[in-house]
Write a protein that binds this ligand. Structure first.
Ligand code: BG6
Length: 469
């Protein structure tokens, strides 16, 4: 590309976090327990009780974000701070906490971007069947939605429904436990039924916000990645298409087009599962009309046609090892390097993915996660020279700028994460932040904050609205 376009004025440069991974204060001021509070950690890995202690240190963190020139900060609301048992009384201290956070952000000229729900279902709802029990959990989610829209809808313009709805369902099939850490695993049919209930909850929330606060904007926030075929063999290309439907498109077709992608429905049918879709559900999905597509992008996936080789011994997590018998299996991509935690590094794939999203849905895009998880320590002079992170973001932001130059619409870039926080499954050792939090896996040290080298680089980039890249 010869002439790169400038980033649009008002572009939302910032970073992300989620409540259960950074707030701590797991039982402070009336907060109820969420399914994540069941994680006790292991001998090596931290639990979620203190995390980065944002609950008690939000002012300090927001001051650092301000110093970095953030235009936006994406964070999630802990459902159990607002409604401790999921569907009962509202806890005023919870409402007050996020009011304070939002006011602090607005004072610093930082646009809050709220994720309504990020992996932390109230435990009491899980005990009643969780997302599989539609008649309990969907109305409970709507009660929570109405409470937070009422409390913050006048001040907060940007909203995201459910973080990585797709991975909530898919990871259940592939061995991780975002849905119910201690429960039995759900069957495939149950997991996709849960997916449908999440679609309904998400669609109802979008409609509710549009009706009550017409100036607010809202969209889904799945984890999307393009899928490459391992070769030009037609069977591999077909496998890659299928994998993309399972990994990405099924989860955006529902909120954006109001449709269930038929390839998944056919597969469920052949396995003997029929989704229970009630009268009126199609109308609910069609009426949602998101304003943008928010998405998390870490890396692409490469697959080949299923060939009965065993994949069970391979590590699988949210970015690797996915496969579905008789359809597709994970394959090596020899063109891509890997992070120390095994995730492929693919900045060009970010452009590929954003093109595919825009081609399919023609909605503005908001990047809500991207980043590199690394083991890091403070130098003796309290610095962290994270040149690899600078490199990572430079490479990804250049690709985003190219995508914008060729006509894709982006409204913001909010990578993972603002400050170091507890990873979903690998504890505090896997750090993503611009801000170093001084603790390790088990030793809380003093929890002090230090800006990493990348934060100064990002500050300069934001000052230039990204156009210095
Ligand atoms: C996304 C999640 O899956 O990736 C975050 O939305 C998560 O909650 C992030 O932390 C990075 O994954 P991990 O497993 O390295 O923490």
């Amino acid at each position: 590309i010869k002439n790169l376009k400038k980033f649009p004025e008002g572009f939302l440069w910032g970073a992300s976090s989620s409540a259960y991974q950074c707030e701590g204060g797991w039982n402070q001021d009336g907060k109820g327990m969420s399914v994540q509070d069941l994680h006790e950690g292991t001998a090596e890995i931290s639990d979620f009780k203190v995390t980065s202690d944002f609950y008690n240190r939000y002012k300090e963190d927001i001051a650092m974000m301000k110093a970095m020139g953030f235009k936006s900060y994406r964070f999630s609301i802990s459902w159990t701070r607002i409604i401790p048992n999921g569907d009962g009384e509202i806890n005023q201290s919870g409402i007050d906490f996020y009011n304070k956070v939002i006011d602090e952000l607005l004072d610093a000229n930082i646009e809050p971007i709220i994720t309504m729900y990020h992996f932390d279902l109230p435990l009491e709802l899980q005990k009643k069947g969780g997302w599989l029990n539609r008649d309990v959990t969907v109305p409970a989610f709507m009660k929570f939605a109405k409470a937070i829209f009422k409390a913050y809808g006048k001040k907060v313009k940007y909203w995201l429904t459910i973080n990585e709805l797709n991975l909530l369902v898919l990871m259940n099939m592939f061995g991780q436990d975002f849905l119910s850490p201690t429960d039995k695993k759900y069957t495939i049919g149950e997991a996709f039924q849960i997916g449908h209930h999440l679609f309904i909850a998400q669609a109802l929330a979008m409609k509710e916000l549009h009706e009550t606060f017409p100036k607010c904007l809202i969209g889904p926030a799945p984890n999307i990645s393009s899928v490459y075929p391992a070769s030009s063999k037609p069977e591999d290309v077909l496998a890659a298409q299928t994998a993309a439907v399972f990994r990405s498109w099924y989860w955006l077709d529902a909120p954006v087009r109001g449709e269930h992608n038929p390839i998944v429905i056919k597969w469920l049918d052949e396995l003997g599962f029929n989704l229970e879709i009630r009268d009126g559900d199609d109308e609910i999905l069609k009426a949602a009309k998101p304003d943008f597509v928010a998405f998390n992008y870490y890396s692409t996936m490469t697959v080949k046609a299923w060939n009965n080789e065993s994949t069970t011994s391979k590590k699988s997590d949210q970015q690797q090892g996915l496969g579905i018998p008789n359809m597709f299996m994970d394959a090596k991509n020899e063109h891509l390097g890997k992070t120390e935690f095994g995730w492929s590094i693919d900045p060009v794939g970010f452009r590929v993915t954003s093109r595919e999203i825009f081609e399919r849905y023609r909605l503005p895009m908001l990047l809500t996660e991207n980043g590199i998880g690394v083991r890091e320590e403070l130098n003796s002079d309290m610095t962290v020279n994270d040149d690899y992170r600078i490199e990572w973001y430079k490479d990804h932001i250049i690709e985003m700028r190219k995508a914008i130059s060729e006509g894709m619409e982006f409204i913001g870039f909010n990578p993972w994460s603002a400050m170091d926080l507890v990873s979903t499954h690998e504890g505090f050792q896997k750090r993503y932040g611009f801000i170093f939090v001084n603790r390790d896996e088990k030793d809380l040290r003093d929890l002090k904050r230090y800006r990493k080298k990348s934060s100064y680089w990002y500050e300069e980039l934001i000052k230039n609205n990204g156009n210095n890249i």
